[in-house]
Design a protein around this ligand. Structure first.
Ligand code: A5A
Ligand code: MG
Length: 467
């Protein structure tokens, strides 16, 4: 799987009913029912986390050209990726309309109208929408799409720089909780100057290591400073009566979150879904013979009801096919826990539970403790998925003091940690010499030398092969 990860990933999307990429536009795909459910449960988690102190809104998808063009650096970053609406019916539009590649230029002109005084601040809105980017790099389902169907973008405005910096920390905590719920480990870094979001003061990023060693940026958090505030004239009257520009931040995750769930937890048999996002947390598989068929099915329905009462998502697979085929199907689809029940089990008043994460089989009595036992197994499986994934990440980050070693380490599947002085020219030299991207800096250090110059090291930085 590791060797052929891209192929494995492509196949699983189709075989597990996640997406169908045969839609006749490059970089766009259909969400299939099973995939849609994983997406829905994942989005419910991030919504719940944000709803604590953000408000959900919904902006139009089209952005007037004049607004998009206003912020010079921002538009330069996106101009090659924008899809344009130029006609309404037969009529050439006076003003061309962009399909949002992201929504700063849709949202901030409205912030300028809404924000009047310090009482209106902070403002913390988010939306989950589709955005469009005419990506020129190789497109891949969920990973690099041209219609990002699941773009969660949050946009905040604050009275002071300190508050905007605190907001960045809040987003980091929210994303940590989010990825923890998905059992997904992450590397957090501050992007280098030359790789920050167009228009941002600084960008913090969450990267994951996929099984082939390539990193995937799964979330970004940007401190926008006052750049957009000045462009879109977003001002407020402060307590001292002075008119000031707001400080802004924004943060986004996308379909890549689903790609990371699939890629990081999957194995040669298929998906292994974390219980919190699995469409079915438990799948009951009856083993049916002519004799006693009705009794077994009746018991399976009873178990289903019992587990649903405990708040679980349960599926009873009563399709008229071989049990072995059902086992394979649900292994492929990654149900965390399967319960098997045949006539003999019924006689013994037990069911055989099988964990997808480690394949362990456990006999469970069919009594009033069944739901509690099942919940415990799901918790264990959740913890184990997380543990295995964090172990993988820990084992795939390596420190070196020798720049010559970077290519062999990266090609062997590692993200490499190194000392860096922080100079842009040296950073670019490191990227050029090794052929990989600096993800960013992780922490400040006060000892050691830069890996590529005589300067003192200032940061621990990460470099990797990226998607
Ligand atoms: N407005 C800010 C939040 C923004 O647009 N940031 S961003 O450009 O970094 O995008 C947010 C996240 O969307 C990225 O961190 C990345 O995980 C994801 N993303 C970006 N382009 C994508 C693409 N073409 N396909 C899938 N995901 C993408
Ligand atoms: Mg891009």
């Amino acid at each position: 799987m590791v060797e052929n990860f891209d192929e494995w990933f492509h196949d699983i999307l189709e075989n597990a009913n996640i997406t169908d990429s045969r839609y006749p536009i490059k970089g766009m795909a259909v969400w299939m029912p099973y995939g849609f459910q994983i997406r829905k449960h994942s989005m419910n988690i991030i919504k719940k986390l944000l709803d604590k102190d953000h408000d959900e809104v919904l902006f139009p998808m089209l952005v007037p050209e004049t607004e998009l063009a206003k912020e010079g650096i921002h538009v330069k970053g996106f101009e090659d990726e924008v899809y344009w609406v130029t006609k309404g019916g037969q009529t050439e539009l006076n003003e061309h309309l962009a399909l949002r590649p992201t929504s700063e230029t849709a949202i901030y002109p409205m912030y300028a109208l809404w924000i009047r005084t310090h009482i209106d601040l902070p403002i913390k809105y988010y939306q989950i929408v589709n955005t469009f980017r005419y990506e020129t790099k190789h497109t891949r389902p969920l990973i690099r799409v041209r219609e990002i169907t699941t773009f969660k973008e949050a946009h905040t405005a604050h009275a002071t720089r300190e508050e905007s910096d605190e907001q960045i920390q809040d987003f980091i905590e929210i994303y940590k909780e989010f990825f923890d719920d998905l059992d997904i480990p992450y590397l957090i870094s501050k992007r280098p100057e030359w790789d920050k979001f167009p228009g941002a003061d600084y960008t913090m990023a969450f990267d994951v290591i996929m099984p082939n060693g390539k990193t995937l940026q799964v979330g970004t958090i940007h401190n926008l400073g006052q750049t957009f505030a000045k462009t879109f004239d977003i001002t407020f009257e402060d307590k001292d009566g002075e008119h000031k520009y707001v400080y802004q931040t924004c943060a986004g995750v996308s379909d890549r979150v689903i790609a990371s769930i699939i890629g990081i937890h999957g194995d040669e048999k298929g998906l292994r879904l974390p219980p919190k996002v699995s469409p079915n947390q438990v799948t009951i598989i009856p083993i049916l013979f002519k004799k006693g068929k009705e009794e077994v099915l009746a018991k399976c329905s009873e178990i289903k009801a019992q587990l649903e009462d405990a708040g679980l998502r349960v599926n009873l697979d009563d399709r008229d096919i071989r049990p072995g085929k059902k086992f394979n199907d649900w292994e492929l689809r990654g149900t965390p826990l399967k319960l098997e029940l045949g006539p003999r089990d019924l006689e013994n008043n037990i069911t055989i539970a099988m964990r997808r994460d480690d394949g362990e089989k456990i006999e469970l009595p069919l009594d009033e403790n069944l739901a509690a036992n099942v919940l415990e197994l799901l918790d264990k499986s959740d913890e184990n998925l997380s543990k295995m994934a964090w172990n993988f990440q820990d084992e795939h980050v390596k420190f070196t003091e020798n720049i010559e070693e970077i290519p062999e380490l990266v090609e062997a599947g590692y993200v490499v940690k190194f000392n860096w002085c922080g100079d842009e020219s040296i950073g670019k030299e490191i990227e050029e010499k090794t052929g990989y991207d600096i993800l960013g800096i992780q922490e400040e250090i006060s000892e050691g030398k830069c890996i590529a110059s005589d300067n003192d090291a200032k940061y621990l930085a990460l470099i990797a092969k990226t998607y």
